[in-house]
Write a new protein. Structure first.
Lengths: 139, 138
């Protein structure tokens, strides 16, 4: 059941990104570009996604477990630290340069273009690099 | 360059699909629909129980494999995309999340941490786009 539900969630997510147009980097940059013809579409998409997910999170928070009984580990929701801020800032530079974040990056691989492969190669390389640096810091 | 505006219903309906994906994962599996985290765990060989991370990522690809990706205008050269991708990979791992994990799931979970992360990456991305106008066109 876990497997099937995960597949369904992935399909819903991928379809939502396509329908909202957020797999096209130009549409993302149109939201991020305050100097040009600013387009609010991304904000509507995000607000709609949050509104739908909000009650689900409230239910799971109240129960402390998923509906199928899986324990949901309590997350630290309040810690604001340097890794969070610095990491988010670095992500913001990459997102601004490309108009692509990880979800659309994966979806764009379906087009089989050199550009999509380039972005996802960078994405995986960057994540592995940070992981290796993190392991070194901890050691 | 003129860009067709996205009809409001598509923004709202697309967002609702993304939100329902997040709702399914947390309600039934107790998992967060954060693509950067799921991808990072998967590439490190941690596929999760019943391989759920691989199945989620396969599902993510499926609609575009069937229907195509639609119009895509790339913002620059392959070299620029590798660099941008690497910054996204480093930043989302260091900051523990991306647009989906912090921006959708974290905010839906009323997490101040995710709200701050989201405001940070949106603001920095806006500044980056503004500054990129000063660069010669790719």
């Amino acid at each position: 059941m876990t497997a099937l539900l995960s597949l369904i969630a992935g399909i819903l997510f991928g379809a939502g990104l396509l329908l909202s147009g957020m797999t096209n980097p130009a549409n993302v940059i149109a939201f991020l570009d305050l100097t040009g013809a600013w387009r609010p579409s991304l904000a509507f998409t995000m607000a709609s996604a949050i509104a739908v997910a909000l009650p689900a999170y409230a239910i799971v928070r109240a129960r402390g477990a998923s509906l199928r009984g899986a324990a949901v580990p309590a997350r630290d929701r309040s810690r604001i630290d340097w890794p969070l801020l610095l990491g988010s800032a670095i992500f913001g530079v990459g997102w601004g340069l490309s108009g692509i974040c990880p979800g659309p990056g994966v979806v764009l691989l379906a087009g089989g273009t050199a550009q999509a492969v380039a972005f996802v190669t960078g994405l995986i390389g960057g994540a592995l690099l940070e992981g290796a640096a993190h392991a070194t810091r901890r050691a | 360059m003129s860009l067709a505006a996205i009809p409001l219903w598509r923004s709202i309906a697309g967002g609702a699909l993304i939100g329902s994906a997040a709702a399914v994962l947390i309600l039934f599996n107790g998992r967060v629909a954060g693509v950067s985290g799921i991808l990072d765990e998967a590439i490190n060989g941690r596929f999760g129980e019943q391989g759920w991370r691989v199945l989620f990522l396969s599902g993510l690809l499926l609609p575009a494999l069937i229907a195509g990706t639609g119009p895509v205008s790339w913002p620059g050269s392959v070299g620029r995309l590798v660099v941008a991708g690497a910054l996204v990979g480093i930043g989302t791992r260091l900051g523990s999340g991306c647009t989906s994990g912090h921006g959708v799931c974290g905010i839906a979970n009323l997490s101040p941490r995710s709200l701050i992360a989201t405001l940070t990456f949106v603001a920095i991305a806006m500044i980056t786009v503004g500054l990129s106008h000063l660069l010669p066109p790719p």
